[in-house]
Each structure stands twice: as structure tokens, then as C-alpha cells.
Design a protein around this ligand. Sequence first.
Ligand SMILES: CCCCCCCCCC/C=C\CCCCCC(=O)SCCNC(=O)CCNC(=O)[C@H](O)C(C)(C)COP(=O)(O)OP(=O)(O)OC[C@H]1O[C@@H](n2cnc3c(N)ncnc32)[C@H](O)[C@@H]1OP(=O)(O)O
Ligand SMILES: Cc1cc2nc3c(=O)[nH]c(=O)nc-3n(C[C@H](O)[C@H](O)[C@H](O)COP(=O)(O)OP(=O)(O)OC[C@H]3O[C@@H](n4cnc5c(N)ncnc54)[C@H](O)[C@@H]3O)c2cc1C
Length: 676
Amino acid sequence: MTMVFLNKEIRDGDNPDLTEERKTATFDTNKMAEVIYGSEKLARRRREISQAVSLIPELADSKPLPFLSRNEKILESTRKVTALNEHLPRLINMNDEDEAWHIHSEVIGFEGNPLALHHSLFIPPLVIQGSDEQHEKWLGRAKRREIIGCYAQTELGHGSNIRKLETTATYSLSTQEFILHTPTINALKWWPGALGKSSNHAVVVASLIIKEQNYGPHLFMVQIRDEQSHEPLPGIAVGDIGPKMAFNGADNGFLGFNNFRIPRGNLLNRHCNVEVDGTYVRPPHDKMNYAGMIRVRSRMAAEQGTFMAQALTIAVRYSAVRRQGFLENKSQEVKVLDYQTQQHRLFPAIARSYAFIFCGFETIQKYETLQNEMNSGNVSLMADLHALTSGIKSVVTYQTGEGIEQARMACGGHGYSMASYISEIYGCAIGGCTYEGENMVMLLQLARYLVKSVELAMRGKPGDLGPMVAYLAYPDIKVDLVTGPEAYVKMFQHISKRQSIKATEKFHRKMESGVSRDEAWNQCAVELTRASRLHTRLYIIETFIRRVDSIEDLSIKMVLTDLMNLHLNYELLDVASYALEDGFMSSTQMGFIKNQLYSSLEKIRPNAVSLVDSFQFSDLQLRSNLLNFLFQVLGRRDGHVYQNLFEWAKSSPLNQTEVLPSVTQYLKPMMEKAKL
Ligand SMILES: CCCCCCCCCC/C=C\CCCCCC(=O)SCCNC(=O)CCNC(=O)[C@H](O)C(C)(C)COP(=O)(O)OP(=O)(O)OC[C@H]1O[C@@H](n2cnc3c(N)ncnc32)[C@H](O)[C@@H]1OP(=O)(O)O
Ligand SMILES: Cc1cc2nc3c(=O)[nH]c(=O)nc-3n(C[C@H](O)[C@H](O)[C@H](O)COP(=O)(O)OP(=O)(O)OC[C@H]3O[C@@H](n4cnc5c(N)ncnc54)[C@H](O)[C@@H]3O)c2cc1C
């Protein structure tokens, strides 16, 4: 049996323009997939899972998703996810989170589903913050999906500033219970995914009050609906918050408590506790209750890199079959992918996708190390990883949004159609700028760390700087970019260091002039966020270089070196003004970077389609379903775009009848009236 999307496979029925592209590749896409996903086994497992899913009709979309109403979307996503649940044990290793993520994205797509957060935001805090006894009570049930849960932290009035959450959990000494209460409208939980209509449990974040003292946000396991009737329990108001920019197959919700009582044992108490007599037992780190957020953020680089990669797969394949205009040969119009502007739009974003995925693997590993350390009581890595993931989360979500939007524009008019699927990917990815910590807020968290590090360096204590910020104490030595990646890193280090120092000095000057610390911070905030972005971009560059250095296969190393060089030149050009400003970079060097960038575009051109093929997204994943719908979309592997766009349009519900009520009720009478 042939795999549905082996990327080097050349098939007779494919659009010849795409076949031609695949023949020019200088490397094997299966080998590249091994590098992208980390090993031969992981890449192969993804293909096997995609293949298995493609053979199960009930896991296919029953209609093109953009034609569904919100209710239909929720019904359809729930149908698919519950059908998938039945097949899961046979299709994936149930303990492997990557396999689970992959299969869900195959089947569900970007619309979201009522179980998405059960696995990514309900179970993980239970694992991290729950005691063994609590795992015994809820974890098995949750994993078996006997209960469905969500993570309810954000409120109508507060999302970023968690310390000001207004939902209270007041300890009652007499009954040894917590009383959950929503004192105002603003205190309603608002946004949690799957809360609105699907969940019957929630991990609720509420301010812990004992004997009138507020101990700040803590996590509580709360049953919100009856397990039989699914009706909200007395004392609970819960519902859906309405349609959103994307994720409309999920029911983000609101939740209010009216003096709702839960047992003392429902405070997740692996790291902190409230004893029977109301004694509070502190966690080993002040922000221990925020550990779950570090976990989610640590996964965002790889996640967002994959979102962007999907949009680019669609745009690059389409650009190789779309012919418009002429270059030298006037007898045949060119593939739009041959235009330098098109390449400049798409190729740096391909490089960023690879960079984010490589960087993502490193941050996920760092989180796993942190988790192991935390389990044995060592919390010393938390501050570093919080700073790092705050920056990465902010930079990758923003740049992914930019990359997807460029992919859409690169598809011209058809990119604007929902048949391209790019708008759905964009809506989902761009949510990442907001959820899991608003980007500016998170950049300012990293800035705190950078300012402290600069202060250490200024105080002559460079030995106290962690490895990620050691460069803040390096001397400035001019570099010759011709010598290669290390010189680019040094140039970037100079830029990043200078901005961190400038922002810190400005902050100090403000305070010395009598401005309060908080006000001074606010007056320097733009400069501080610039420092955070530069530091993060430097880190991403370094992870890219490390990954390419580690590759043994020569053909893969060569094409990834081209991609890495493109990344280095594109990133440096983007921030060159910082180095031109103090003369660290000369205008000759600037010219060199531009020329290197243009030459990288040319080098990548013959490999462009295969670089996106290497992500090995199935047509199903790109919502070009092989079984039921042979007519969607722009990114289909076989490149047969036009006839399928026409089929797509014909299937629009508006075309099921020739004359719409809008015409008979309004337009027709208007025209008739005009004739009188
Ligand atoms: C291809 C696949 C397709 C698949 C399709 C489906 C795709 C699905 C994708 C997923 C989709 C949707 C998922 C959506 C999930 C969304 C979930 C959420 O959004 S949950 C809610 C998240 N909320 C936030 O992130 C809130 C952000 N705010 C904060 O984190 C905090 O309030 C704050 C950090 C900004 C400030 O906290 P505060 O307590 O006020 O802290 P201080 O300012 O007083 O002190 C800062 C101090 O503490 C240190 N700190 C802060 N946080 C941490 C931490 N986590 N760990 C360690 N240390 C921390 C900080 O460094 C400071 O230290 P100083 O030494 O004082 O400088
Ligand atoms: C798709 C999606 C899914 C979500 N899922 C969940 C979920 O499952 N569970 C959950 O609990 N929550 C969820 N959320 C909520 C999300 O975590 C919050 O919306 C997010 O943390 C931002 O908080 P906010 O809405 O209060 O924004 P605000 O903080 O009100 O942001 C508004 C503006 O104020 C600025 N701002 C705020 N504070 C500062 C500051 N200190 N310094 C400088 N500028 C500042 C911000 O930069 C932003 O420009 C979800 C949100 C979305 C969009």
C-alpha cells in the first residue's frame, strides 16, 4: 500500500508543475522530516498515524468546516473527537503527548474541540500541582475521559494581573471547606476553553483567603456540572461566551460561583497546603502556582512553528502552480514562486518555521528538566525558564502571525478565500499573542530578568550571570561577517547587549531624577520590550545554529545551512539600525548582508517545495480531505487547485438554490419599485 503523502514520491496524477519542483530537490524529504521531528521513529510514526487516520471514514470532516454554523461546528468537532477517542488506543501510544497532539490536529484541524484543553490545560496542572492522593482521586478518571475538564483562571476584569483575581476561596474552619465566590460581574471566569458547554470539572484559580488574610492565587479542583444530567450544580452559573475570531468549534465559557462549597482536599496541594486548623503551608517558590503556565509557554515555539509551516505549505505549493506574468520567456507565464518578491515573502518565513521548531524542542526539554527538578524540591531553574519562555512565547507568536499573513497575501485573491484555510490557521495562531500571557506583559517579565542581569554585570559580577545572559558582560570586539555564523551571533549579541544596557540605564536615570520605580519602568517600557525581543531573537538564532551543527547527513546539512544563512541575514538586516547607530556595523557590512540574503533566496528556490513537503502535513491536516472531499483547497499535495476551487464554490450552501430569499424579499421588490 502506498503512503498517502510520501513526499519524495512522484505521482503521475500530480500537477506537472509540482512534480517538476519535487524533482529538483537536493535532499530526501523523509530524512528532513526526521530532523524536524527529532528522530526517524517520530517522523515515521507521524506518517503511519496520518495514513491510519486517512483510512477511517468517520474521522473525516463530514462537510467543509467553513460552511458550518457555530452549533454545527461544535457538534462536528465533538463527533470527530469522540469517534477518535474510540480509535485512539489502536492508533497511538497513549502516553505519548506528541502523537496525541498530531492525531488531534489531523482529525480536528484548527477549529478547536471540547476536549482540546482537557489534555493540555486540565490534566497538566492536576499532574503538576496535585498530590499523589489527588492523582488517585481524579487523574485516572480524567485520563479515561470519565470526566471532562478545563482551566479557569482568567476573569472578565482580570487576565494579565493574576494577583488581582477577584474569585475568592475562603477557608471555613467550622466545616473544613473552601467557599468559592464571585463577588462581582467582573469576577466571572471568562474565556476558559471547553468551559461553556462541555466540561463538568474545572481547575479553578481563586484567591485563597484564610482568617481574612489573602494568600494569592491558588488552584482548586471543582466539579461544576452533575455527572448524570450535565446540569450546572446549584450555586454555579456557567455558559458560552459567544463566537470568536477563531476556535469556533470550541466553547470558551464564563463561570460564576454563589458561595459554592468544596472540600478542603480540593485545593491542589502537592506544593502548598491549608491544614485543618487553617495553617497555611507555603510552597517552595512564591510563583509555584504559575508553573503550569511555564509548561504551556515552553511548548508554544514548536506549536507556532508548525502553524506557520502549515500556512507556508499551502502558499509555497500554490505559488509553484500559479502562473502569472512573464520573465524572460514570453511563451509561457512564470510560476509566481519565481518572483524575487514572492521568495522574499515566503522563504524567510520557512526559515523561521524551522527555527521555531528547533528552538521549541530545546525549550520543551528545558521544561522537562525543570519539572524533574521541581519534583525533587529544587525550584532554582524556575526564574530562568520563566524569563526565557516569556520572551519566546511573545516573539514566536508575533512572527508567526506575520508569516501566516504573508502566506495569505502571497496567494493573492485565493488566499483570501476560506478555501485556502489560511485565515483559520491565522485566527488560531494569532490567539497565541494573547492567550497564555499577553505578549507585552510577557516581554516585560523577561525585561525584569534582563535588567537584573545588566545590573549584575554593571556591579562587576559577570560570574553571577546565567549562561543565557553571559554575553551581557562580553567586551565589544568588531566582527567580520564573512567568517560565518559565529560572527553573526557576536553582532547580534552586541545589538542585544547594547539595547539591554540602554534600557536599564534609562530606567536608572528616571529613578535618579525622582520618578518612582513603577512609573520609571512604565516610561521605559517600549525600550525594555525591544531589549526582550532582541535577546529572544538571539536565542532563537543560537538554537538554529546548534541544531544545524549537530546534523550528520550532508545533503540535509547543506540545505539547512542555506536556510540558516537566510535566517541569519534576514534577522540581522531587520535589526541592523541598532548596530549602524553606534558604528558597530558598517554600511559595507549592511550591503554584504543584503547580498547574502538575495543569494540565499536563489539557493533555496529549487528546494522550496521540498522544504515544505518535509513537514509532511497530510491533505487532511490542511483540510484537503482525501476521502470525502476531493475538492478543497489551495495547499493540496497534488496541486490541482482550480477545478477543486470550482467544486468548493459549487458546494457553498448559497448555491443550493438559484434564487435566494434575499432576492425575492428585498432586491426584487426594490427593482420593481424603481421601475414604477
Ligand atoms: C498543528 C496542530 C493544530 C492543532 C489545532 C489546535 C490548536 C490548539 C492550540 C492551543 C489553543 C488554545 C489554547 C489556549 C490556552 C490558553 C490558556 C490560558 O490563556 S490560561 C491563562 C493564562 N494567563 C496568563 O498567562 C496570565 C499572565 N500573567 C501572569 O503570568 C502573571 O500575572 C505575571 C507573571 C504577569 C505577573 O504575576 P505577579 O504575581 O503579579 O508577579 P509580580 O509582577 O509580582 O512578580 C513577578 C516576579 O515573579 C516572577 N514570576 C512570575 N511568573 C513566574 C513564573 N511562572 N515562574 C517563576 N517566576 C515567575 C517574575 O520573574 C518576577 O520575579 P522578580 O524576581 O520579582 O523579577
Ligand atoms: C483563544 C483564547 C483562549 C483562552 N483560553 C483560556 C483558558 O483556557 N483559560 C483561561 O483562564 N484563560 C484563557 N484565555 C484568556 C487569556 O489568558 C487572557 O485573555 C490573556 O492572559 C490576556 O489577559 P487580558 O485579557 O486580561 O488582557 P489585558 O491584560 O486586559 O490586556 C489588554 C492590554 O493591556 C496591556 N497590559 C495589561 N497589563 C499590562 C502591563 N502590566 N504592562 C503593560 N501593558 C499591559 C496588554 O499588553 C494589552 O495590550 C484565553 C484567551 C484566548 C484569546
